[in-house]
Design a protein around this ligand. Structure first.
Ligand code: SF4
Ligand code: SF4
Ligand code: SF4
Length: 357
């Protein structure tokens, strides 16, 4: 029967075309706008949306709509995201990596203003004969117990809280929490004569608390730093961040093998401002610890020729040497002890004489 109605394919096609023309042009008159809308949603067809009588919408209408309102907007947002966030972040990371590639963790030992200030405060302590307090070593010593804190600060204050704040979970005041507690912010602005960063922000509880933490850390660094070496560096999140990439830089500390005297000596650890025991007890990769700031003091104080080296790639920039060690200890002992200033010596003498008497 079908063959009688449509003897040829072209006939069938003609009928379908006519039917579809009717549906697409006048369809909503037959099925109603509501049903036409549903049908078009379920089966988008080529039908003009400007025709008020059609039974469905041309697929290009919702397509344009989606491209315009969704994809277009998403691309604008993505563009904004790229220009405002991804590119600056990329620039920061590229600069960081370029810089880090060249000097590695020597940033800490040679460049960081906060490291320099702590170093100098420690020297003042030695000059004024303030006894050095060392972080206790050993497997469960203070050195080991303090180490995880830099990771906690890095993950919590540099990544987690800013992310949670961006997502609207934590208050706006916690968007920049590490900078809020960073003693470097206080120290470096004070060095420019600006005292604003010392002031506590009274209106906001979080800002007040974070500012108070910054001032406490800064105060501890100033006072505690006279007796403890590099007190803030031990919990510094930048040290943790740098240590993740420390193997990527050609700048490094190398102690390829133990010397026979290492087991009894330990002078390098004594000289190390971060009290790193691994430099004396280990060799190879383990000797270059995550806490190392590449300051080079262990190299200066190792009395054995060529055992520890500061290297840039294959180049040995500085090697331990017995001659250098002998000259060095005449001026300063490994733990940083130096001859106190003259008036400190004079002030100490009568007290010592009285005790002797
Ligand atoms: S550990 Fe932190 S504060 Fe210390 S020198 Fe490195 S970056 Fe500076
Ligand atoms: S100072 Fe030199 S010899 Fe002494 S423990 Fe350190 S690496 Fe070994
Ligand atoms: S291990 Fe050596 S280079 Fe590293 S921080 Fe200690 S003294 Fe400085």
């Amino acid at each position: 029967m079908l063959e009688k109605l449509f003897p040829t394919l072209s006939r069938l096609r003609f009928v379908v075309q006519a039917l579809m023309l009717f549906i697409t042009v006048y369809g909503s008159v037959v099925v109603g706008h509501y049903a036409a809308d549903k049908i078009s949603a379920a089966l988008p067809a080529l039908s003009c949306a400007y025709d008020q009588m059609n039974g469905s919408y041309c697929v290009l209408v919702p397509t344009q709509h989606q491209v315009h309102h969704r994809i277009g907007q998403a691309m604008v947002q993505a563009q904004q995201l790229t220009v405002q966030m991804v590119l600056p972040l990329l620039m920061v990371f590229l600069t960081f990596f370029a810089f880090f590639f060249v000097i590695g963790k020597a940033f800490c030992g040679w460049v960081c203003p906060l490291g320099t200030l702590q170093d100098w405060i420690g020297r003042i302590g030695r000059r004024f004969n303030i006894g050095l307090r060392r972080f206790e070593q050993g497997d469960l010593g203070a050195v080991q117990r303090v180490r995880p804190w830099k990771w906690v600060l890095l993950l919590g204050l540099v990544f987690l809280l800013p992310l949670l704040t961006g997502l609207g979970v934590t208050p706006h005041a916690l968007g920049n929490p590490y900078c809020e507690i960073c003693p470097s912010r206080v120290a470096t602005t004070l060095l420019t004569g600006n005292t604003e960063e010392l002031a506590l922000r009274m209106g906001d509880g979080w800002k007040f608390g974070l500012g108070a933490a910054a001032n406490t850390l800064f105060g501890f660094m100033l006072v505690g730093g006279l007796a403890l070496r590099l007190p803030f560096c031990r919990i510094c999140p930048l040290l943790a961040f740098n240590s993740v990439f420390q193997r990527l830089s050609p700048m490094r500390l190398a102690k390829p093998a133990m010397h026979e005297s290492c087991s009894k000596c330990g002078i390098c650890t004594e000289a190390c401002p971060m009290d790193i025991p691994e430099i004396a007890r280990q060799s190879g990769r383990k000797a270059y610890n995550e806490d190392c700031t590449l300051c080079g003091r262990c190299v200066e104080y190792c009395p054995q020729d060529g055992i520890i080296k500061l290297k840039w790639g294959p180049l040995a920039l500085f090697s331990s040497s017995r001659e250098y060690y002998k000259a060095k200890v005449k001026r300063e002992l490994p733990d940083g002890t130096v001859k106190p200033l003259k008036f400190v010596r004079n002030a100490a003498r009568p007290a010592a004489d009285a005790t002797d008497a």
